[in-house]
Design a protein around this ligand. Structure first.
Ligand code: SF4
Length: 500
């Protein structure tokens, strides 16, 4: 991902501010707890959920292993169906291609259906430089756009706003963007939705160009699929003359049959629905039906590099359901803006540093934005082992030149100690003997103090595990306190490790 604002604060700096915002925390807690309970109930209805989950992961893994083949097949199918395919290596290239297509139509306005890819590339801002206004039509995206804000959730970009705040935004700013909000607008969901509907309808009926993303692209037929709940997507995808879809290359799946699996897991994981209300599919162009021109912009922007990392590539399985955000204790408190990316929460913490690299302080801080509790892995409908990738990326950050120096030094010291059993035993004995003198916090300023300021230091046991083991072993065999040869030590048999 080539869009990085170098002035953005690191995750801990941003989270320090957001966690003090009681209103934000209340909005987030209410929304995430509600949807997580509903999701759990929707998933529990399916007795074959684990098999669906494994099947979804297998489809995505297979596609990623043969992505070069499937992308070429997709290009051929889209072209045969009357569409035009463009390849964009970077965000800037994708934006330039899109702006050129729109300028060629002579239009200066476009309607958009929510697309993570265009947030990733910063399309709206790029189009504004060319004198083109992009209107968001997803309700939550509209709220964010009118409020001059940024999305903070994959599925519910305005999750950090409550109804009263939304009413105030509509009343204050709708008139500047088109049809004003009614004078006596209240903050009931029905009134807010009606105000948005009337405001957007004008734009749908006027727009000649639409920009979309896609949830899936089917290689065998060249079909694109958008799933949504409000019907705004259906309007964008069918009414305008020209449709431009900007889609990450990892959204490819091989066949129509594969869609069967993912359309069962995505709605339940994201909105806790058995089936999403609107599923729109289109294949190139069709005479007298839908857009007359269709352009597909295939976005790489760091995905090929991510694919090359056999551990990290799991992140490209993501189907953007947002279930991992709704269960993450860190996201719930810090909010989505703290991640400094279009992708917040656990998926953002592993995807953004892979797409953008870990060279900036912000991106290097993201793999640490987690407690590694594993809740994100448990809910992921395509079984992405997010904790495993977080640890993998932490290793990468710790190894890089400007990585976490303190962590690197601590790891080196720990490695040396573990390599020298006599020194380790002496250290353990000294720590046990002085345990009553240990403070709860590290007093010396530095990373250790920062770490212990937020948590108590763990108590040191009266005797080390190794000493206790030898004693117990000696009591059982009657050989005193053990031989001291190391043969009594527990052994870790790697081959017996089972995957989670
Ligand atoms: S990582 Fe998994 S749970 Fe999170 S958004 Fe992606 S598919 Fe959903």
């Amino acid at each position: 991902m080539s869009r990085t604002d170098l002035g953005m604060p690191t995750f801990p700096q941003a989270a320090r501010v957001s966690t003090k915002d009681a209103g934000l925390r209340a909005n987030l807690t209410h929304a995430t707890h509600t949807i997580r309970a509903k999701r759990a109930a929707a998933v529990a209805e399916l007795p074959d959920w684990p098999r669906l989950r494994a099947a979804g992961a297998a489809v995505k893994d297979h596609t990623l292993r043969h992505l070069d083949h499937y992308l070429l097949q997709l290009e051929q199918a889209v072209t045969q169906a009357g569409g035009t395919v463009h390849w964009a290596t970077t965000a800037e290239e994708a934006n330039r291609i899109t702006a050129d297509i729109i300028k060629a139509t002579g239009e200066t306005e476009v309607v958009k259906v929510k697309s993570m890819a265009t947030q990733e590339t910063g399309l709206n801002e790029a189009l504004a430089h060319h004198g083109i206004t992009a209107y968001e039509t997803d309700l939550a995206e509209l709220i964010v756009q009118l409020g001059d804000d940024k999305p903070s959730h994959i599925l519910v970009p305005a999750i950090h706003k409550n109804r009263t705040e939304i009413r105030d935004i509509f009343t204050r700013t709708m008139a500047a963007w088109g049809r004003p909000a009614p004078d006596d607008l209240h903050d009931t969901p029905a009134e807010l939705a009606e105000a948005a509907r009337l405001h957007l309808r004008e734009k749908f009926l006027r727009a000649k160009v639409a920009v979309s993303g896609a949830n899936f692209m089917i290689a065998e037929t060249g079909t694109l699929v958008v799933v949504e709940s409000e019907g705004n997507g259906r309007m964008c995808l069918t009414l305008p003359d020209t449709l431009i879809s900007i889609v990450g290359i990892e959204k490819t799946i091989p066949t129509f049959r594969d869609l069967d699996i993912l359309l069962q897991t995505l709605p339940r994981s994201s909105t806790a629905e058995r089936m999403n209300p609107y599923t729109t599919m289109w294949t190139g162009t069709t005479p007298h039906d839908g857009p007359r021109n269709f352009h597909l912009v295939l976005l790489d922007n760091g995905r090929t590099d991510t694919l090359a990392d056999t551990t990290g590539r799991q992140a490209l399985r993501c189907i953007r359901c947002s279930a991992c955000l709704n269960v993450c204790p860190v996201y719930e408190r810090a909010g989505g803006h703290a991640y400094g990316s279009a992708y917040p929460g656990p998926i953002g913490a592993i995807l953004t540093p892979q797409l953008r690299g870990t060279s900036t302080p912000l991106d290097a801080s993201l793999p640490y934005a987690s407690t590694l509790c594993g809740a994100c892995y448990d809910v992921c409908p395509v079984a992405i082992d997010i904790p495993e990738i977080l640890v993998h990326l932490r290793e990468r950050v710790a190894d890089q030149k400007d990585g976490h120096r303190a962590e690197r030094t601590a790891m080196k010291a720990a490695t040396w100690l573990l390599d020298h059993p006599a020194a380790l035993s002496a250290t353990e004995r000294a720590a046990s003997a002085t345990r009553r003198l240990h403070p709860n916090r590290l007093p010396v300023p530095g990373p250790g103090k920062a770490w212990s300021d937020a948590r108590d230091l763990p108590d040191v046991a009266a005797e080390s595990f190794r000493a206790g083991w030898k004693k117990a072993r000696g009591a059982r065999t009657g050989t005193g306190t053990g031989t001291g040869t190391g043969t009594n030590e527990p052994k870790h048999d790697k081959d017996k490790d089972t995957p989670r």
